[in-house]
Structures are given as structure tokens and as C-alpha cells.
Design a protein around this ligand. Structure first.
Ligand code: HEC
Ligand SMILES: [Cu+2]
Length: 389
């Protein structure tokens, strides 16, 4: 189309044609950018920062909206003013290009106006924001859960009887009772991470050597999705998590189940898997009551920790909530679990050579040994009280 216009001998049409194709290009470019933006924001799937559920998330959302509306009003005002000025003061054919319009530099009224209006707006925003910042940090009255970030998964520990030792240690999924604001003590076992489940609260960094307090709650049961939001190395994007909010009854059952140690399996295949587990896996993994040697510090890993597998099957996901542990029909996702044990670094980029992440067993274990290991893992509790919908 533009080519045909360009062939025209009429110069004005040609110029218009050129402008037209530039406009077309701009439209196409912005379309591309919008699509890319939309795709990028879909990349993390179910993480939803636009739909707050917990009290704290709602408070943040309120402040965000307020400042968003104000910023939009300012933006529209400036854009309209710029267009008006461009049109009103444009150079007209009979203007003398050397003659300057009336200068207003140092005009007290104008200077005061465009200084004071922003000052008032910023002070207003500070007054509503700063108490929120203090509100959100600090401890509440609820129970406390320890949150530890490490490359590239989250560990959650519960001191149920409050005697100073962890009674429940789990991975990827923080389980909390509905309607209670729980305290988090956020820490890191290696580099800086950041804890973020946007529907329940904002982001809080996990910094080595420090304890950061944070609180989450939800008035309704459900599964809420989050991820690490501080770049922490190779598999940062694969360091996701879930908050599982349970009714009081479900929560109490969950706690009771988690407190029970694992037992030795009796069926033949599971027993074979159990023996293999004792040979290949316990240098890193703990199973309470059976294999505890790797508890509290682990020389095979930079962070010192691998997920505690005692109640693996009570979770809905594994490996930093990257893979589903169950399929839609409720059966165990055997294929992904087996592939994970066979070659974890092939499933989730990691640096086992640098003691970051799980090693590969592709060379060490046979196919039937892998099957036995999965059969054993499937004896470790479950199914979870709530499944992702
Ligand atoms: C060198 C230490 C190491 C060894 C040995 C090891 N693992 Fe792991 N394993 C890890 C680490 C670290 C993770 C967490 C990886 C992640 O999420 O990125 C993990 C994750 C897992 C998970 C997912 C758990 C969850 O909740 O996310 C399973 C299942 C698992 N390993 C099974 C095994 C089995 C079975 C063996 C033995 C055949 C084994 N591992 C040997 C370090 C190890
Ligand atoms: Cu991280």
C-alpha cells in the first residue's frame, strides 16, 4: 500500500505515504511490545499481584491504587498541558523567528505553584504510606514459622510445642490455618532471596545472617502462589512456593500427620526403594525417624540443606514448586518424579558440581531402581489436604 502511494508523482502524497508507513511501523512495534509484555507477565502462571486476599496485601493494594490514581491524574494533566502549549504557542507563518515570547523566568507565583502542589501531594502520599510500612513490619500475636531461602527452594519449619526446636520441617509449601495472621522469620542459608506471595503480602528479603519479620494471613482457605523475587543465581526463576491455607480442622490434622515420623515400608518394591534411598540419598535428605544423619547442616550442599522428605506426598508440588506432585486426576505424577531422581539438573538448571542443587543419578541408578525409589517415596504420607484447582 505505501509502495503504491510512493510511486505517485505528487510530493505531498508521497510525504503523507511516508508518514503513514512510519505510523504503521510504530503501531506494529507497540503491538509487539504489548504482546511481549503480556507474555512475560504470564510466564509465572498463577502468581497474581492484582487480586489481594490477605489483610496486608489489601493494605498494600490500597496504597498502590491511591498513588496510582494520583500519578495517573498528574500524568494526564501534564500530557494535556504539553499538547495545549505545543498547539497554542506553535510558530505561525507570519511570526518573526528571532522574536522571543514574553519570558517568565523567576515568576514567583508560577514557581510557588509548581513547587507547592507536588510538595502537598508527596506529603499526602508519605502520610498514608509511612504508617503502612511500619504496620507491615514487626511481629504479630500469631504462631511463628521459620522461612529459609536457599538455592533454589524454600524451607518452612514449625516449632509446634514452642520448646525452641523445629518439630515440622517442610519444603516449598507453607501451610497455615485460615483466618490467623502467622509470623514469619525470614532467613537465608546462602545468598539473598526474597519471599513473595502477592495475594497475602508484599515482598520481604531473606538475607544471610539476619532475621526479617513478616506476617501473612488469609480469610479463606486455598492455595496461593509465590516466588523468589531477588535474583539468586541460575534457577532463581524456578524458585517458587505456595501458601496452603487450611480450615482449622484440616490444619490440625496436617500438624498431627507432620509430627508422626516415617515408618519402614513392608511391601517388596518399596523396601528395595528404601534400601536404595539409604545408600544414595541420605547424605543430603532427611526422613524423620529413619534417616536423620543429614539433619542440621550438610557438607554436600553449599546451603547445608536439602528438602526434608518425611512427608513429601503431603505436598502438592516439588523442586521449588516447579513440578506438580499429583496429576489432575489425583494420581501421583510418577513420570516427573522419576525423571527428577534420574536427572534433577536436567529438569531444573542447577550447579551440583558447585554443591548447589541435587546431583544426577542418570549414570548411577538403573530404570528399575528408579521405579523402586519412586515407589518408596510414594509411601511418605499424603495425599495433601488441598489440591490446586
Ligand atoms: C547432593 C545432595 C542430594 C542428594 C545426594 C540427593 N538429593 Fe534430592 N534434592 C537435593 C536438593 C538440594 C533438592 C532441592 C532441589 C531444588 O528444589 O532445586 C532435592 C530435591 C529432591 C526432591 C524434591 C523434594 C521437594 O520437596 O521439593 C526429591 C523427591 C528428591 N530430592 C529425591 C532424592 C532421591 C530419591 C535421592 C537419592 C536417589 C536424592 N534426592 C539424592 C539434594 C540431594
Ligand atoms: Cu532465590
Amino acid at each position: 500500500m505505501s509502495a503504491r502511494i510512493n510511486k505517485s508523482t505528487n510530493t505531498t502524497t508521497r510525504a503523507a505515504g511516508k508518514r503513514h508507513s512510519l505510523m504503521g511501523r510504530l503501531i506494529r512495534l507497540s503491538g509487539l511490545l504489548l504482546t511481549a509484555g503480556a507474555l512475560a507477565s504470564c510466564a509465572t502462571g498463577r502468581i497474581d499481584p492484582t487480586n489481594p486476599v490477605g489483610e496486608n496485601a489489601k493494605q498494600i493494594d490500597g496504597i498502590m491504587r491511591l498513588s496510582g490514581y494520583l500519578a495517573t491524574a498528574v500524568g494526564i494533566f501534564v500530557a494535556v498541558a504539553v499538547v495545549l502549549v505545543i498547539v497554542k504557542f506553535r510558530e505561525r507563518p507570519d511570526d518573526d523567528p528571532d522574536e522571543l515570547p514574553e519570558q517568565i523566568h523567576g515568576n514567583k507565583k508560577a514557581e510557588l505553584t509548581w513547587t507547592l502542589i507536588p510538595v502537598v501531594m508527596l506529603v499526602f502520599l508519605a502520610v498514608v504510606t509511612i504508617p503502612g510500612v511500619f504496620d507491615l513490619s514487626g511481629k504479630g500475636d500469631g504462631r511463628t514459622i521459620k522461612v529459609e531461602g536457599q538455592q533454589w527452594w524454600w524451607q518452612f519449619s514449625y516449632d509446634v510445642d514452642e520448646d525452641g526446636t523445629d518439630d515440622i520441617v517442610t519444603a516449598n509449601e507453607i501451610v497455615i490455618p485460615v483466618g490467623e495472621e502467622v509470623n514469619l522469620e525470614i532467613q537465608s542459608n546462602d545468598v539473598i532471596h526474597s519471599f513473595w506471595i502477592p495475594q497475602l503480602n508484599g515482598k520481604k528479603d531473606a538475607v544471610p545472617g539476619r532475621v526479617h519479620h513478616w506476617r501473612i494471613s488469609s480469610p479463606v482457605p486455598g492455595i496461593f502462589y509465590g516466588e523468589c523475587t531477588e535474583f539468586c543465581g541460575l534457577s532463581h526463576a524456578n524458585m517458587q512456593m505456595r501458601a496452603v491455607v487450611l480450615s482449622d480442622e484440616d490444619y490440625n490434622n496436617w500438624v498431627r500427620e507432620q509430627l508422626a515420623p516415617a515408618t519402614t515400608p513392608t511391601a517388596a518394591a518399596a523396601k528395595r526403594g528404601y534400601d536404595l534411598f539409604g545408600r544414595h540419598c541420605v547424605s543430603c535428605h532427611v526422613v524423620n525417624g529413619l534417616y536423620e544423619s543429614a539433619a542440621g547442616g550438610n557438607a554436600n550442599l553449599t546451603s547445608g540443606y536439602a528438602p526434608n522428605l518425611t512427608h513429601l506426598m503431603t505436598r502438592t508440588s516439588f523442586a521449588g514448586a516447579l513440578f506438580e506432585l499429583y496429576k489432575d486426576d489425583g494420581s501421583v505424577n510418577v513420570a516427573d518424579l522419576k525423571e527428577w531422581i534420574r536427572n534433577a539438573p536436567g529438569q531444573k538448571p542447577s550447579r551440583p558440581d558447585n554443591r548447589q542443587g541435587m546431583i544426577s543419578f542418570a549414570e548411577t541408578l538403573s530404570d528399575s531402581e528408579l521405579d523402586d525409589l519412586v515407589t518408596y517415596l510414594m509411601t511418605l504420607g499424603g495425599p495433601p489436604p488441598l489440591m490446586p484447582s
